[in-house]
Design a protein. Sequence first.
Length: 483
Amino acid sequence: MRSRRPDSVLGLLGLLLRTWRAANPRAFQRAALLGGGVALSGAAALVAGLSARPCVAPRVEARASAPASRLVSLVPARCEVSARMCFRDSDCGGHDRCVDASGVTAIVHGLMAQARANGDDDASFLATVAWSGSRYGVAWVGLKDERFSINFAQVSAEGARVGGVVRVAQGAGTNALILPSLAASPSGWALGWTEVSEDGVGAHFQRLNANGQAEGRAEALESGFNAAPRLVWNGREYAAAWYNVGVTSQMSLHFARIGADGKRVGRTSTAARGFLTAGAFGFAFTGDAYGLGWTNTDPRDERSETLFVRVGAGGEAGNVLRVGPNATPNLSLALAWNGRHFGAVWEDNLNAEDDTPTSRLIFAGLTPSGVAVPRRALSDGRRLVIGPSLAAQGERFSLASTVVSNDGIDVELQGLSAQGAPEGQPVRVTQGEVGALPSLVFTGREYGLAYTQLDAQGISIQFARYDTSLRRIGRGAVISAAP
């Protein structure tokens, strides 16, 4: 029997928990017998409360309550009144609160609530994947004993983990380490992340050698409020882009070049300034320049516009391109270069009048001079579709996303033409499990996909390979499991 469409975030999370319970009845019963079970309504209320008020925990059973370290948005969120980017209520000031409208924080906390119900407080989520030319690298957020960490592992071209898990960074006390970004070079890796602490929000960079071991110490990309760093390798050096919030609450996108040895090349530049956003931005390299895409929200009427800028190899920014206005707030954007234009996919946050959590994805083809491919909807707005990850295969694209529907929470893959037209039927990656928050990379021969999965064993990072027709290659692997 199909469950009815959720009519609120609370209903969405109830659906998530019911889906997990139906798929894992023995594990759920075992957790309850061990005293680790949480009533579905209580867990859903906990997560819904965290989603609406990330820094105020609702009153539930002691075993189900969330520690202070988890009371933070796991993605860039928005202050309800001022609309500036935030991760905690304290980032917004008095009489304001931090709200994650994307659903990512609610979904992750829902997964963690179910893991705790199964007696497991070791969670792995928010994966990012890169390809070095011979191996995949996967980085993710770990949460164990109420402490956050940034972890890394390598995966062979055949899809098997190589060596053990490397803990690159460990959060001190209640500090939250979130939003990892990974880039690969022939000689090693570069890893960026966001740290949310009592002292503020910072963006960090760490270089890893070919074996995945840290070289040197992690460095702050810049002083002040900085978040959500994204990294790419251009064949000679790394490039980093991140959000910066100034003392006047003005937001900017900053850009820096970092050599293969981890040393800065030139000065930090400003790619764009003067906007308000809550979602992640897209960052991609063309072969001789970079593209940055993001969304801007006007807090006066909740209208959004999608923005794009070309950044030269030396960090010089061009004119900001306004892709077009939208009637509702937009969130995260993914960007990929296909040799002719950037493919951009972003979340169009459609909330029905009854607050049903729905959204759709929008595609457009962008160049520095204008919109090369007009905007088109990739989903119909009847489901909650979040967290796009886009990869280019020649002139075509492939899209991975999280889909929440009556059937559960799943990772889907969809092939797209150069013009963004869906090709073939979407591929459901998860079969009988809860899957979310994918990261996709194309190697030139195949796709590597990393994502978060909840099953009877807990919350883990899974890895799978797909050919150019999006057919599964071999068996998947659990990347985050202890050796």
